[in-house]
Design a protein around this ligand. Structure first.
Ligand code: G16
Length: 544
Protein backbone atom coordinates (compact mmCIF):
# COMPACT_ATOMS: atom_id res chain seq x y z
CA UNK A 1 0.00 0.00 0.00
CA UNK A 2 1.38 3.34 -1.08
CA UNK A 3 1.48 6.55 0.88
CA UNK A 4 0.58 9.40 -1.45
CA UNK A 5 1.65 13.00 -0.97
CA UNK A 6 -1.12 15.10 -2.46
CA UNK A 7 -0.48 18.74 -3.39
CA UNK A 8 -3.06 21.17 -2.11
CA UNK A 9 -3.56 24.84 -1.41
CA UNK A 10 -4.98 26.46 1.73
CA UNK A 11 -8.64 27.36 2.36
CA UNK A 12 -8.88 30.67 4.19
CA UNK A 13 -11.88 29.71 6.36
CA UNK A 14 -10.68 26.82 8.52
CA UNK A 15 -10.78 28.69 11.82
CA UNK A 16 -12.39 26.50 14.51
CA UNK A 17 -15.25 28.19 16.39
CA UNK A 18 -16.77 27.59 19.83
CA UNK A 19 -16.60 23.86 19.19
CA UNK A 20 -14.45 22.74 16.27
CA UNK A 21 -14.72 23.50 12.56
CA UNK A 22 -18.39 23.63 11.58
CA UNK A 23 -19.52 24.22 7.99
CA UNK A 24 -22.18 23.16 5.51
CA UNK A 25 -21.72 19.62 4.20
CA UNK A 26 -21.18 21.07 0.72
CA UNK A 27 -18.18 23.03 2.02
CA UNK A 28 -16.62 19.87 3.46
CA UNK A 29 -17.29 18.03 0.22
CA UNK A 30 -15.04 20.35 -1.80
CA UNK A 31 -11.94 18.51 -3.01
CA UNK A 32 -9.16 18.58 -0.33
CA UNK A 33 -11.23 20.57 2.22
CA UNK A 34 -11.53 17.87 4.87
CA UNK A 35 -8.06 16.53 4.10
CA UNK A 36 -6.43 19.95 4.56
CA UNK A 37 -7.98 20.37 7.98
CA UNK A 38 -7.11 16.86 9.14
CA UNK A 39 -3.50 17.24 7.94
CA UNK A 40 -3.34 20.59 9.76
CA UNK A 41 -4.33 18.76 12.95
CA UNK A 42 -1.65 16.08 12.46
CA UNK A 43 0.96 18.71 11.60
CA UNK A 44 0.17 20.68 14.77
CA UNK A 45 -0.25 18.21 17.60
CA UNK A 46 3.30 16.93 17.89
CA UNK A 47 4.53 13.47 18.63
CA UNK A 48 1.91 10.77 18.15
CA UNK A 49 3.89 8.23 16.11
CA UNK A 50 2.78 4.70 16.94
CA UNK A 51 0.20 5.90 19.46
CA UNK A 52 -3.58 5.48 19.68
CA UNK A 53 -6.20 7.80 18.20
CA UNK A 54 -9.96 7.57 18.88
CA UNK A 55 -12.30 8.24 15.95
CA UNK A 56 -16.06 8.51 15.68
CA UNK A 57 -18.91 10.76 14.81
CA UNK A 58 -22.58 11.38 15.37
CA UNK A 59 -23.60 9.42 12.26
CA UNK A 60 -24.74 12.40 10.25
CA UNK A 61 -24.56 12.59 6.46
CA UNK A 62 -20.91 12.39 5.23
CA UNK A 63 -19.78 10.71 8.48
CA UNK A 64 -18.92 7.41 6.81
CA UNK A 65 -16.98 8.92 3.90
CA UNK A 66 -15.07 11.23 6.26
CA UNK A 67 -14.14 8.34 8.59
CA UNK A 68 -12.61 6.39 5.68
CA UNK A 69 -10.57 9.42 4.59
CA UNK A 70 -9.34 10.07 8.13
CA UNK A 71 -8.38 6.42 8.68
CA UNK A 72 -6.24 6.46 5.55
CA UNK A 73 -4.65 9.78 6.51
CA UNK A 74 -3.98 8.55 10.05
CA UNK A 75 -2.21 5.48 8.64
CA UNK A 76 -0.14 7.65 6.29
CA UNK A 77 0.82 9.98 9.13
CA UNK A 78 2.15 7.24 11.40
CA UNK A 79 -0.66 6.70 13.93
CA UNK A 80 -0.19 3.29 15.57
CA UNK A 81 -3.79 2.31 16.26
CA UNK A 82 -7.21 3.83 15.68
CA UNK A 83 -10.16 2.78 17.79
CA UNK A 84 -13.19 3.66 15.68
CA UNK A 85 -16.83 3.41 16.72
CA UNK A 86 -18.92 0.70 15.07
CA UNK A 87 -20.67 2.15 12.02
CA UNK A 88 -18.37 5.15 12.48
CA UNK A 89 -20.58 6.23 15.38
CA UNK A 90 -19.45 7.36 18.83
CA UNK A 91 -21.01 10.05 20.99
CA UNK A 92 -18.87 12.98 22.07
CA UNK A 93 -18.96 12.00 25.77
CA UNK A 94 -18.19 8.36 24.92
CA UNK A 95 -15.22 9.52 22.84
CA UNK A 96 -13.93 11.52 25.79
CA UNK A 97 -14.41 8.47 28.03
CA UNK A 98 -12.57 6.16 25.60
CA UNK A 99 -9.67 8.60 25.04
CA UNK A 100 -9.06 8.64 28.79
CA UNK A 101 -9.60 4.93 29.37
CA UNK A 102 -7.17 3.79 26.66
CA UNK A 103 -4.60 6.59 27.11
CA UNK A 104 -5.03 7.76 23.54
CA UNK A 105 -3.11 10.82 22.40
CA UNK A 106 -6.36 12.34 21.21
CA UNK A 107 -9.60 11.89 19.34
CA UNK A 108 -11.32 13.20 16.24
CA UNK A 109 -15.08 13.65 16.52
CA UNK A 110 -17.16 14.27 13.41
CA UNK A 111 -20.16 16.30 14.40
CA UNK A 112 -21.91 19.60 13.97
CA UNK A 113 -23.63 18.89 17.28
CA UNK A 114 -27.18 20.24 17.36
CA UNK A 115 -27.07 21.71 13.83
CA UNK A 116 -29.28 19.90 11.27
CA UNK A 117 -27.73 17.18 9.08
CA UNK A 118 -28.28 15.74 5.60
CA UNK A 119 -26.83 16.80 2.24
CA UNK A 120 -28.06 20.36 2.79
CA UNK A 121 -27.18 20.37 6.49
CA UNK A 122 -24.00 20.89 8.45
CA UNK A 123 -20.91 18.83 9.19
CA UNK A 124 -18.07 19.39 11.62
CA UNK A 125 -14.71 18.20 12.91
CA UNK A 126 -13.52 18.52 16.51
CA UNK A 127 -10.14 17.53 17.88
CA UNK A 128 -9.88 16.42 21.51
CA UNK A 129 -6.60 16.14 23.37
CA UNK A 130 -5.26 13.38 25.63
CA UNK A 131 -7.23 14.55 28.66
CA UNK A 132 -10.37 13.74 26.64
CA UNK A 133 -11.42 17.37 26.31
CA UNK A 134 -11.82 19.77 23.40
CA UNK A 135 -8.53 21.20 22.21
CA UNK A 136 -7.83 24.45 24.06
CA UNK A 137 -7.66 27.74 22.20
CA UNK A 138 -3.89 27.69 21.78
CA UNK A 139 -4.16 24.35 19.95
CA UNK A 140 -7.10 25.37 17.74
CA UNK A 141 -5.31 28.62 16.91
CA UNK A 142 -2.20 26.66 15.90
CA UNK A 143 -4.28 24.32 13.71
CA UNK A 144 -5.81 27.36 12.01
CA UNK A 145 -2.37 28.89 11.41
CA UNK A 146 -1.17 25.65 9.89
CA UNK A 147 -4.27 25.43 7.65
CA UNK A 148 -3.29 28.77 6.10
CA UNK A 149 0.10 27.43 4.95
CA UNK A 150 -0.60 23.83 4.07
CA UNK A 151 0.65 22.67 0.66
CA UNK A 152 0.30 18.89 0.80
CA UNK A 153 -1.33 16.08 2.76
CA UNK A 154 -0.55 12.42 3.20
CA UNK A 155 -3.01 9.61 2.52
CA UNK A 156 -2.67 5.85 2.15
CA UNK A 157 -3.88 4.22 -1.03
CA UNK A 158 -6.02 1.42 0.33
CA UNK A 159 -9.51 -0.09 0.15
CA UNK A 160 -12.16 1.10 2.63
CA UNK A 161 -12.30 -0.50 6.09
CA UNK A 162 -15.42 -2.47 7.07
CA UNK A 163 -16.89 -0.38 9.89
CA UNK A 164 -19.92 -2.56 10.59
CA UNK A 165 -18.49 -5.47 12.55
CA UNK A 166 -16.43 -5.46 15.73
CA UNK A 167 -13.01 -6.35 14.38
CA UNK A 168 -9.32 -5.65 14.28
CA UNK A 169 -7.50 -5.23 10.97
CA UNK A 170 -4.44 -3.58 9.46
CA UNK A 171 -4.38 -0.50 7.29
CA UNK A 172 -0.76 -0.23 6.17
CA UNK A 173 1.22 -0.45 9.43
CA UNK A 174 -1.69 0.90 11.51
CA UNK A 175 -4.16 -1.24 13.44
CA UNK A 176 -7.85 -0.38 13.03
CA UNK A 177 -10.05 -1.61 15.85
CA UNK A 178 -13.80 -1.27 15.41
CA UNK A 179 -15.22 -0.94 18.95
CA UNK A 180 -18.59 -0.69 20.68
CA UNK A 181 -18.20 2.31 22.95
CA UNK A 182 -21.60 1.68 24.56
CA UNK A 183 -19.95 -0.85 26.89
CA UNK A 184 -17.12 1.46 27.99
CA UNK A 185 -19.56 4.29 28.55
CA UNK A 186 -22.00 2.18 30.53
CA UNK A 187 -19.24 0.94 32.85
CA UNK A 188 -18.25 4.51 33.60
CA UNK A 189 -21.85 5.49 34.36
CA UNK A 190 -22.23 2.46 36.62
CA UNK A 191 -19.21 3.57 38.62
CA UNK A 192 -20.86 6.94 39.35
CA UNK A 193 -24.56 6.29 39.89
CA UNK A 194 -26.69 4.09 42.11
CA UNK A 195 -27.97 1.81 39.35
CA UNK A 196 -29.89 -0.35 41.85
CA UNK A 197 -31.88 2.55 43.12
CA UNK A 198 -32.55 3.95 39.65
CA UNK A 199 -33.61 0.48 38.55
CA UNK A 200 -36.11 0.30 41.43
CA UNK A 201 -37.52 3.66 40.38
CA UNK A 202 -37.79 2.86 36.68
CA UNK A 203 -39.22 -0.62 37.12
CA UNK A 204 -41.58 0.23 39.99
CA UNK A 205 -44.52 0.97 37.72
CA UNK A 206 -45.09 4.22 39.67
CA UNK A 207 -42.65 6.31 37.69
CA UNK A 208 -42.62 6.77 33.95
CA UNK A 209 -39.96 8.45 31.85
CA UNK A 210 -39.58 9.32 28.18
CA UNK A 211 -36.16 9.80 26.60
CA UNK A 212 -36.03 11.41 23.16
CA UNK A 213 -32.79 10.69 21.29
CA UNK A 214 -33.99 12.81 18.34
CA UNK A 215 -32.70 10.18 15.86
CA UNK A 216 -29.18 11.13 16.84
CA UNK A 217 -26.21 9.43 18.44
CA UNK A 218 -27.52 8.62 21.95
CA UNK A 219 -30.11 6.09 20.67
CA UNK A 220 -27.96 2.95 21.15
CA UNK A 221 -26.59 4.20 24.50
CA UNK A 222 -30.05 5.13 25.80
CA UNK A 223 -31.74 1.88 24.75
CA UNK A 224 -28.97 -0.03 26.43
CA UNK A 225 -28.88 2.00 29.64
CA UNK A 226 -32.53 2.71 30.37
CA UNK A 227 -34.37 -0.21 28.80
CA UNK A 228 -31.84 -3.02 29.16
CA UNK A 229 -29.81 -2.18 32.27
CA UNK A 230 -32.16 -0.05 34.31
CA UNK A 231 -35.47 -1.83 33.80
CA UNK A 232 -37.49 0.87 32.06
CA UNK A 233 -40.13 -0.60 29.72
CA UNK A 234 -39.38 -0.84 26.00
CA UNK A 235 -40.62 2.27 24.28
CA UNK A 236 -39.16 4.52 26.99
CA UNK A 237 -36.61 5.72 24.44
CA UNK A 238 -38.18 7.38 21.42
CA UNK A 239 -36.47 8.27 18.11
CA UNK A 240 -33.65 5.96 19.18
CA UNK A 241 -32.30 4.99 15.76
CA UNK A 242 -29.54 7.32 14.53
CA UNK A 243 -30.33 8.64 11.05
CA UNK A 244 -28.05 10.54 8.67
CA UNK A 245 -30.45 13.48 8.54
CA UNK A 246 -31.89 13.04 12.06
CA UNK A 247 -35.24 12.27 10.41
CA UNK A 248 -35.28 15.77 8.95
CA UNK A 249 -35.33 17.26 12.45
CA UNK A 250 -33.08 19.62 14.29
CA UNK A 251 -31.23 17.50 16.90
CA UNK A 252 -31.30 20.23 19.51
CA UNK A 253 -32.79 19.36 22.90
CA UNK A 254 -34.80 22.45 23.70
CA UNK A 255 -38.47 23.38 23.92
CA UNK A 256 -38.57 24.40 20.27
CA UNK A 257 -36.87 21.49 18.54
CA UNK A 258 -37.68 18.57 20.86
CA UNK A 259 -41.37 19.22 20.17
CA UNK A 260 -42.47 15.57 20.20
CA UNK A 261 -41.13 15.10 23.72
CA UNK A 262 -42.56 18.44 24.84
CA UNK A 263 -45.98 17.40 23.55
CA UNK A 264 -45.79 14.17 25.54
CA UNK A 265 -44.59 15.81 28.77
CA UNK A 266 -47.11 18.64 28.56
CA UNK A 267 -49.97 16.44 27.35
CA UNK A 268 -52.64 14.33 29.03
CA UNK A 269 -51.37 11.51 31.28
CA UNK A 270 -47.84 12.83 30.92
CA UNK A 271 -44.90 10.78 32.24
CA UNK A 272 -43.09 11.91 35.42
CA UNK A 273 -39.81 12.66 33.72
CA UNK A 274 -38.63 13.55 30.23
CA UNK A 275 -35.22 14.09 28.71
CA UNK A 276 -33.64 14.69 25.33
CA UNK A 277 -30.11 14.87 23.98
CA UNK A 278 -28.54 16.38 20.89
CA UNK A 279 -26.80 15.25 17.69
CA UNK A 280 -23.57 14.09 19.33
CA UNK A 281 -24.97 13.35 22.79
CA UNK A 282 -23.32 16.00 24.90
CA UNK A 283 -26.33 18.26 25.48
CA UNK A 284 -29.44 17.48 27.50
CA UNK A 285 -32.85 18.86 28.35
CA UNK A 286 -34.65 17.87 31.54
CA UNK A 287 -38.44 18.01 31.88
CA UNK A 288 -40.85 17.08 34.63
CA UNK A 289 -44.57 16.54 34.13
CA UNK A 290 -45.71 19.80 32.51
CA UNK A 291 -42.51 21.37 33.79
CA UNK A 292 -39.32 22.64 32.11
CA UNK A 293 -36.02 22.81 33.98
CA UNK A 294 -33.71 25.50 32.60
CA UNK A 295 -30.15 24.24 32.07
CA UNK A 296 -28.94 26.86 34.55
CA UNK A 297 -31.31 25.56 37.21
CA UNK A 298 -30.33 22.00 36.36
CA UNK A 299 -26.71 22.83 37.17
CA UNK A 300 -27.78 24.43 40.46
CA UNK A 301 -29.93 21.43 41.46
CA UNK A 302 -27.17 18.97 40.56
CA UNK A 303 -24.69 21.00 42.62
CA UNK A 304 -27.04 21.23 45.61
CA UNK A 305 -27.84 17.49 45.60
CA UNK A 306 -24.53 16.04 44.44
CA UNK A 307 -23.76 14.20 47.67
CA UNK A 308 -26.86 12.02 47.14
CA UNK A 309 -25.07 10.40 44.20
CA UNK A 310 -22.39 7.78 45.01
CA UNK A 311 -19.73 9.18 42.65
CA UNK A 312 -20.00 12.59 44.31
CA UNK A 313 -20.83 11.65 47.88
CA UNK A 314 -17.71 13.29 49.29
CA UNK A 315 -18.79 16.67 47.96
CA UNK A 316 -17.64 18.87 45.12
CA UNK A 317 -14.30 20.68 44.85
CA UNK A 318 -16.05 23.53 43.08
CA UNK A 319 -18.50 24.36 40.34
CA UNK A 320 -18.02 26.21 37.07
CA UNK A 321 -20.46 27.83 34.66
CA UNK A 322 -20.11 29.76 31.44
CA UNK A 323 -20.55 33.50 31.80
CA UNK A 324 -24.01 33.75 30.19
CA UNK A 325 -25.34 30.88 32.34
CA UNK A 326 -27.55 32.14 35.18
CA UNK A 327 -26.05 32.73 38.59
CA UNK A 328 -28.29 30.11 40.26
CA UNK A 329 -25.30 27.78 40.80
CA UNK A 330 -23.30 30.62 42.39
CA UNK A 331 -25.86 30.81 45.20
CA UNK A 332 -25.61 27.10 45.89
CA UNK A 333 -21.81 27.24 45.81
CA UNK A 334 -21.81 30.12 48.30
CA UNK A 335 -24.08 28.13 50.58
CA UNK A 336 -21.87 25.03 50.32
CA UNK A 337 -18.71 27.09 50.82
CA UNK A 338 -17.14 25.96 47.53
CA UNK A 339 -15.67 28.02 44.68
CA UNK A 340 -17.71 28.98 41.66
CA UNK A 341 -15.89 29.83 38.41
CA UNK A 342 -17.25 31.92 35.55
CA UNK A 343 -15.70 31.02 32.19
CA UNK A 344 -16.29 32.07 28.57
CA UNK A 345 -18.74 30.08 26.45
CA UNK A 346 -17.19 26.82 25.25
CA UNK A 347 -16.65 23.59 27.12
CA UNK A 348 -12.92 23.80 26.39
CA UNK A 349 -12.61 26.46 29.10
CA UNK A 350 -13.62 23.97 31.81
CA UNK A 351 -10.78 21.57 30.98
CA UNK A 352 -8.07 23.19 33.08
CA UNK A 353 -10.40 23.65 36.07
CA UNK A 354 -11.35 19.96 35.94
CA UNK A 355 -7.75 18.78 35.45
CA UNK A 356 -6.60 20.92 38.38
CA UNK A 357 -9.49 19.66 40.54
CA UNK A 358 -10.76 23.17 41.09
CA UNK A 359 -14.21 22.30 39.76
CA UNK A 360 -16.05 18.97 39.86
CA UNK A 361 -19.24 19.86 38.00
CA UNK A 362 -19.72 22.35 35.16
CA UNK A 363 -22.66 23.63 33.21
CA UNK A 364 -23.85 25.96 30.52
CA UNK A 365 -27.11 27.62 29.62
CA UNK A 366 -26.84 25.98 26.18
CA UNK A 367 -28.13 22.69 27.59
CA UNK A 368 -24.75 21.34 28.67
CA UNK A 369 -23.84 19.76 32.01
CA UNK A 370 -21.00 17.50 33.01
CA UNK A 371 -18.34 16.65 35.54
CA UNK A 372 -14.78 15.52 36.03
CA UNK A 373 -15.69 11.94 34.98
CA UNK A 374 -14.73 13.00 31.43
CA UNK A 375 -13.77 16.28 29.78
CA UNK A 376 -16.90 16.93 27.72
CA UNK A 377 -20.42 17.78 28.66
CA UNK A 378 -22.50 14.66 28.89
CA UNK A 379 -26.21 14.43 28.09
CA UNK A 380 -26.97 10.95 29.43
CA UNK A 381 -24.85 11.58 32.53
CA UNK A 382 -27.15 14.52 33.34
CA UNK A 383 -30.24 12.36 32.83
CA UNK A 384 -28.84 9.68 35.15
CA UNK A 385 -27.89 12.33 37.71
CA UNK A 386 -31.48 13.56 37.78
CA UNK A 387 -32.86 10.04 38.00
CA UNK A 388 -30.53 9.27 40.90
CA UNK A 389 -31.64 12.41 42.76
CA UNK A 390 -35.32 11.65 42.11
CA UNK A 391 -34.87 8.04 43.22
CA UNK A 392 -33.40 9.17 46.54
CA UNK A 393 -35.71 12.13 47.15
CA UNK A 394 -38.92 10.48 45.93
CA UNK A 395 -40.23 13.86 44.82
CA UNK A 396 -41.48 15.18 41.52
CA UNK A 397 -39.24 17.35 39.36
CA UNK A 398 -41.52 20.31 40.03
CA UNK A 399 -41.44 19.81 43.82
CA UNK A 400 -37.68 19.61 43.72
CA UNK A 401 -37.43 22.93 41.88
CA UNK A 402 -40.01 24.64 44.10
CA UNK A 403 -38.03 23.64 47.16
CA UNK A 404 -34.81 24.72 45.52
CA UNK A 405 -36.16 28.20 44.73
CA UNK A 406 -37.67 28.47 48.19
CA UNK A 407 -34.23 27.99 49.68
CA UNK A 408 -32.01 29.85 47.21
CA UNK A 409 -34.38 32.18 45.36
CA UNK A 410 -35.22 31.84 41.68
CA UNK A 411 -33.07 33.11 38.82
CA UNK A 412 -35.58 33.69 36.04
CA UNK A 413 -33.78 33.11 32.79
CA UNK A 414 -34.25 33.21 29.04
CA UNK A 415 -32.15 33.41 25.89
CA UNK A 416 -33.34 35.19 22.76
CA UNK A 417 -31.61 34.23 19.49
CA UNK A 418 -31.68 36.21 16.27
CA UNK A 419 -30.38 33.72 13.72
CA UNK A 420 -28.82 34.11 10.27
CA UNK A 421 -28.52 37.89 10.40
CA UNK A 422 -26.13 39.76 8.19
CA UNK A 423 -22.63 39.47 9.74
CA UNK A 424 -21.75 43.08 9.07
CA UNK A 425 -24.93 44.33 10.76
CA UNK A 426 -24.28 42.05 13.72
CA UNK A 427 -20.79 43.50 14.12
CA UNK A 428 -22.18 47.02 13.89
CA UNK A 429 -24.67 46.19 16.64
CA UNK A 430 -21.82 45.05 18.88
CA UNK A 431 -19.67 48.04 17.95
CA UNK A 432 -22.54 50.30 18.97
CA UNK A 433 -22.75 48.48 22.30
CA UNK A 434 -18.98 48.77 22.88
CA UNK A 435 -19.22 52.55 22.65
CA UNK A 436 -21.92 52.52 25.32
CA UNK A 437 -20.11 50.30 27.84
CA UNK A 438 -18.18 53.10 29.57
CA UNK A 439 -21.27 55.31 29.85
CA UNK A 440 -23.74 52.91 31.42
CA UNK A 441 -22.54 52.54 35.02
CA UNK A 442 -24.96 54.24 37.47
CA UNK A 443 -27.58 54.86 34.77
CA UNK A 444 -31.25 54.07 35.40
CA UNK A 445 -32.76 51.89 32.69
CA UNK A 446 -36.47 51.46 33.45
CA UNK A 447 -36.65 50.34 37.06
CA UNK A 448 -33.14 48.96 36.96
CA UNK A 449 -29.89 50.67 37.88
CA UNK A 450 -26.69 49.62 36.10
CA UNK A 451 -24.05 48.40 38.54
CA UNK A 452 -21.44 47.48 35.94
CA UNK A 453 -21.07 46.96 32.24
CA UNK A 454 -18.09 45.40 30.49
CA UNK A 455 -16.76 43.20 27.74
CA UNK A 456 -16.09 39.90 29.48
CA UNK A 457 -12.46 38.84 29.62
CA UNK A 458 -11.26 35.64 31.28
CA UNK A 459 -7.91 34.83 32.80
CA UNK A 460 -7.55 31.09 33.23
CA UNK A 461 -6.64 30.53 36.89
CA UNK A 462 -4.54 27.49 36.01
CA UNK A 463 -2.35 28.53 33.09
CA UNK A 464 -2.90 32.29 33.10
CA UNK A 465 -4.06 32.41 29.46
CA UNK A 466 -6.33 35.33 28.64
CA UNK A 467 -9.44 35.19 26.45
CA UNK A 468 -10.89 38.56 25.55
CA UNK A 469 -14.10 39.80 23.87
CA UNK A 470 -16.24 37.02 25.30
CA UNK A 471 -19.53 38.92 25.47
CA UNK A 472 -20.96 42.21 26.69
CA UNK A 473 -22.44 42.21 30.17
CA UNK A 474 -24.76 44.73 31.75
CA UNK A 475 -25.24 43.95 35.44
CA UNK A 476 -27.88 45.64 37.58
CA UNK A 477 -27.85 46.44 41.29
CA UNK A 478 -30.52 43.80 42.07
CA UNK A 479 -28.43 41.00 40.54
CA UNK A 480 -30.26 41.00 37.18
CA UNK A 481 -28.19 40.81 34.00
CA UNK A 482 -28.32 41.26 30.26
CA UNK A 483 -25.58 39.62 28.18
CA UNK A 484 -24.98 39.95 24.44
CA UNK A 485 -22.71 37.84 22.29
CA UNK A 486 -22.46 36.34 18.84
CA UNK A 487 -22.67 32.57 18.49
CA UNK A 488 -19.50 30.72 17.56
CA UNK A 489 -21.30 27.64 16.23
CA UNK A 490 -23.61 28.94 13.50
CA UNK A 491 -22.84 28.36 9.84
CA UNK A 492 -25.00 31.02 8.16
CA UNK A 493 -24.40 34.71 8.69
CA UNK A 494 -24.31 35.64 12.37
CA UNK A 495 -26.49 34.68 15.31
CA UNK A 496 -27.02 37.25 18.02
CA UNK A 497 -27.72 35.80 21.46
CA UNK A 498 -29.26 37.92 24.19
CA UNK A 499 -29.27 36.33 27.63
CA UNK A 500 -31.68 37.69 30.24
CA UNK A 501 -31.67 36.96 33.93
CA UNK A 502 -33.47 38.36 36.95
CA UNK A 503 -33.29 37.22 40.56
CA UNK A 504 -36.43 36.70 42.63
CA UNK A 505 -36.00 35.87 46.33
CA UNK A 506 -39.69 36.46 47.16
CA UNK A 507 -41.32 33.01 47.28
CA UNK A 508 -44.73 34.43 46.40
CA UNK A 509 -43.37 35.65 43.06
CA UNK A 510 -41.50 32.55 41.95
CA UNK A 511 -44.18 31.00 39.75
CA UNK A 512 -44.45 33.49 36.92
CA UNK A 513 -43.93 32.65 33.29
CA UNK A 514 -40.27 33.66 32.58
CA UNK A 515 -41.06 35.89 29.57
CA UNK A 516 -43.56 37.75 31.75
CA UNK A 517 -41.12 38.15 34.63
CA UNK A 518 -38.38 39.27 32.23
CA UNK A 519 -40.56 41.58 30.10
CA UNK A 520 -38.99 44.85 31.31
CA UNK A 521 -35.46 43.52 30.92
CA UNK A 522 -36.30 42.31 27.39
CA UNK A 523 -37.46 45.80 26.45
CA UNK A 524 -34.32 47.34 27.92
CA UNK A 525 -32.10 44.83 26.14
CA UNK A 526 -33.74 45.58 22.79
CA UNK A 527 -33.57 49.32 23.25
CA UNK A 528 -29.97 49.54 24.44
CA UNK A 529 -28.73 47.43 21.53
CA UNK A 530 -31.25 48.78 18.98
CA UNK A 531 -31.90 45.19 18.01
CA UNK A 532 -34.72 45.88 15.53
CA UNK A 533 -32.73 48.53 13.69
CA UNK A 534 -29.61 46.43 13.31
CA UNK A 535 -31.23 43.04 12.63
CA UNK A 536 -34.30 44.16 10.70
CA UNK A 537 -36.15 41.55 12.72
CA UNK A 538 -39.29 42.10 14.76
CA UNK A 539 -38.68 39.25 17.16
CA UNK A 540 -36.18 36.50 17.99
CA UNK A 541 -36.15 33.36 15.84
CA UNK A 542 -35.69 31.08 18.86
CA UNK A 543 -36.47 31.68 22.51
CA UNK A 544 -35.19 29.17 25.05
C1 G16 B 1 -20.90 24.24 21.83
C2 G16 B 1 -19.95 24.42 22.97
C3 G16 B 1 -20.67 24.95 24.16
C4 G16 B 1 -21.39 26.23 23.81
C5 G16 B 1 -22.32 25.98 22.65
C6 G16 B 1 -23.00 27.25 22.13
O1 G16 B 1 -21.81 23.23 22.13
O2 G16 B 1 -19.33 23.20 23.30
O3 G16 B 1 -19.72 25.17 25.15
O4 G16 B 1 -22.11 26.69 24.91
O5 G16 B 1 -21.59 25.44 21.58
O6 G16 B 1 -22.05 28.09 21.63
P1 G16 B 1 -22.42 29.39 20.82
O7 G16 B 1 -23.27 30.20 21.76
O8 G16 B 1 -21.11 30.02 20.51
O9 G16 B 1 -23.22 28.97 19.62
P2 G16 B 1 -22.10 22.07 21.11
O10 G16 B 1 -23.10 21.20 21.80
O11 G16 B 1 -22.63 22.78 19.88
O12 G16 B 1 -20.78 21.44 20.84
Amino acid sequence: MNIRNISTSPFPDQKPGTSGLRKAVTVFQQPHYLENFIQSIFDTIGDFQGQTLILGGDGRYYNRQAIQIILKMAAANGVGRVKVGIGGIMSTPATSCVIRKYNAFGGIILSASHNPGGPEGDFGVKYNTSNGGPAPEKVTAAIFERSKLIDHYKILEAPDVNLDTLSESKLGDMVVEVIDSVQDYEKLMESLFDFERIRELLSSGNFRMCMDSLHAVTGPYAHNLFEQRLGAPRGTVINGTPLEDFGGGHPDPNLVYAHELVKILFGEAAPDFGAASDGDGDRNMILGRKFFVTPSDSLAVITANATLVPGYQDGLAGVARSMPTSQAADRVAADLGIDCYETPTGWKFFGNLLDANKATVCGEESFGTGSNHIREKDGLWAVLFWLNILAVKQKSVEQLLQEHWYKYGRNYYSRHDYEAIDSERANQLLANLYTQIPTLKGKKLGNYEVEYSDDFSYTDPVDGSISENQGIRIGFTDGSRIVYRLSGTGTQGATLRIYLESYEPDTSKQNLEPQQNLADLITIANEVAQVRTFTNMEKPTVIT
